[in-house]
Design a protein around this ligand. Structure first.
Ligand code: NOJ
Length: 559
């Protein structure tokens, strides 16, 4: 294919292109709306292909764009091998892959294997076929408890709140780990396994370069009766034999997927979203015989704190040494409060474990929000991230410094977590999913030519792409410069810590002499003679100001 050839012009055409890639997450329904229906779409992405090229990213990851009733923002997939008609067609998808490949950008798509939509033909067939039918075997149907089976089989809670079981007309119940519109698939069923292999080949054949695997740790389950209660479940160790989470046998699936990925040249890549109990257990998902890479969300759940950052970085690099994979740094995505806002709020008092939940709370009360400080710290953290060995995932809008949108009325919200009572700051995840502002005016700030599907606040005008592109001191200009320099400075996947004599200042060097200094404190950190070699970030009187990062590159490293 022509576009595949054009991709060859890129610097990294090797099979390991993903190891240190900067990947930009697109939430398609909120990126750009080409057909004016208020929902972002695939032609919208094509229309912004030059923007993506100029940003300087290596790949995009698209959140689901498949046919969906949007019970969970598209993570309720009704057909795994098609495009939602509101978002375009398969031809549009091919055009998008071509447009991105021509610009040297790889394409990663989201696979949602734990559950389908209740509108998926298999689930509709299961409902129609009735209890005891073969069609029900593809999902997890059980008889209820109590008189006449009127109680759910167990007291398990779904991730979005409420019971994890929903009753159907004939009285049986089905398991849904998320919303009721997202029935869990039965991964013991050979047809389920086979069908996902077909899906992986379907998108790989269309030129997709990699996959992001939704809740990769949840697919296999041991539902041998009697089923444990919620309290009993909580006491079962997550050591590979837990009935619902991170079971060892899930890796049999990924070994099979790896064989499919390796049918392609270069092999297709995959990254697991796996919320598991320890870094060692996460490493299994990153194995070269499995998915190859796993998200590391440790910085995303950390405070803006030098010592937390240092130990997380050290641990994760040790993990990647052990697995042979590379790690993945993330500060924001479509599930969490934007990091510019998180860092503008007083640190959250967290109880117990930080892992095990995908959702990060915003912190203290909104009236204590320090937008300017939050953005400054967000810049500092992002520049640190982009200097680390491994790949970095950026979420659409963070390159504009967007803050979380709080101004969404209850009747305008879409996130099932908001309606079903899961505790996501009581606000759900819509605030980070508001359509991007491209221009300072217009019915949806250039997102499309009509009102956007989630309301955009008036302050979005200041953050519009056209405004920031014209301003050399904007967040967008900073991201563009950082990504441009990162390409030129990129080197082997190692770092060495340089002691700074300050607990609130981190400094490390990459093997080629590229250095990153982050001042997490408020007192300036003097750079001495190195101030002359700063290539990115601001130095004031030879020092790194508080809440800032600089990059240092000795003369000759960048010509
Ligand atoms: C994780 C996804 O990132 C999130 O958006 C979704 O709601 C759940 N998985 C369920 O698919």
């Amino acid at each position: 294919m022509t576009h595949a050839l054009l991709l060859e012009n890129r610097t990294d055409t090797t099979a390991t292109w993903w190891r240190q890639a900067a990947v930009y997450q697109i939430y398609p329904r909120s990126f750009a709306d080409a057909n004016g229906d208020g929902l972002g779409d695939i032609p919208g992405i094509v229309s912004r292909a030059d923007y993506l090229r100029d940003l300087g990213i290596d790949a995009v990851w698209l959140s689901p764009f498949y046919p969906s009733a949007l019970a969970d923002g598209g993570y309720d997939v009704a057909d795994y091998r098609d495009v939602d008609p509101r978002l375009g067609t398969l031809d549009d998808f091919d055009d998008m892959v071509a447009a991105l490949h021509e610009r040297g950008i790889r394409v990663i798509v989201d696979i949602v294997p734990n559950h389908s939509s209740d509108l998926h033909e298999w689930f509709q067939e299961a409902l129609a076929a009735g209890r005891g039918s073969a069609a029900r075997e593809r999902y997890i149907f059980r008889e209820g408890a109590g008189p006449g089976g009127s109680e759910p089989p167990t007291d398990w809670t779904a991730a979005f709140g409420g019971s994890a079981w929903e009753r159907v007309e004939d009285g049986q119940w089905y398991l849904h780990s998320f919303a009721p519109e997202q029935p869990d698939l039965n991964w013991d069923h050979p047809e389920v396994r086979e069908d996902f292999l077909t899906t992986l080949r379907f998108w790989s054949d269309r030129g997709v370069d990699g996959f992001r695997i939704d809740v990769a740790h949840m697919l296999t389950k041991d539902l041998t009766e009697p089923l444990p209660s919620k309290d009993e479940l909580a006491l079962i160790p997550q050591d590979g034999n837990h009935p619902l989470n991170d079971r060892d046998d899930v890796h049999e699936i990924y070994a099979e997927w790896r064989r499919v990925f390796n049918e392609y040249d270069p092999p297709r890549t995959a990254v697991a979203e796996a919320w598991v109990s320890t870094p060692e257990r996460r490493a299994r998902y990153a194995s070269a015989e499995g998915l190859g890479q796993a998200f590391n969300f440790d910085l995303l759940v950390a405070d803006f704190d030098a010592q937390q950052f240092r130990s997380i970085i050290t641990d994760n690099l040790a993990q990647s040494d052990a697995t042979g994979s590379s790690t993945t740094w993330v500060l924001s995505n479509h599930d969490v409060t934007r990091h510019a806002t998180r860092y503008g709020l007083p640190p959250l008092e967290r109880e117990g474990e930080k892992q095990g939940t995908a959702w990060v709370k915003a912190g203290g009360p909104a009236d204590q929000l320090d937008r300017e400080g939050g953005l400054r710290r967000a810049h500092a953290a992002t520049l640190l991230l982009l200097g680390l060995p491994g790949s970095t995932y950026l979420y659409q809008g963070e390159e504009l410094g967007l803050q979380e949108v709080a101004e969404i009325g209850p009747e305008q919200r879409q996130d099932p977590a908001f309606f079903r009572g899961a505790d996501f700051d009581g606000l759900g995840r819509d605030g980070c999913r508001v359509p991007l502002p491209w221009t300072a005016s217009g019915p949806s700030f250039g997102f499309g030519d009509t009102e956007a599907h989630l309301p955009q606040p008036s302050w979005f005008a200041e953050y519009a792409v056209e405004v920031e592109a014209a301003d050399p001191s904007s967040t967008l200009s900073l991201y563009r410069e950082a990504l441009r320099l990162r390409r030129r400075l990129q080197t082997e996947e190692r770092l060495e810590w340089i002691e700074t004599g300050r607990a609130d200042v981190l400094r490390f060097a990459r093997p080629n002499g590229w250095q990153i200094v982050t001042n997490f404190g408020s007192e300036p950190f003097d750079l001495g003679a190195d101030a002359a070699d700063v290539v990115l970030g601001t130095v004031v009187d030879g020092a790194v100001p508080g809440d800032s990062t600089v990059w240092i590159a000795p003369a000759g490293l960048i010509d």
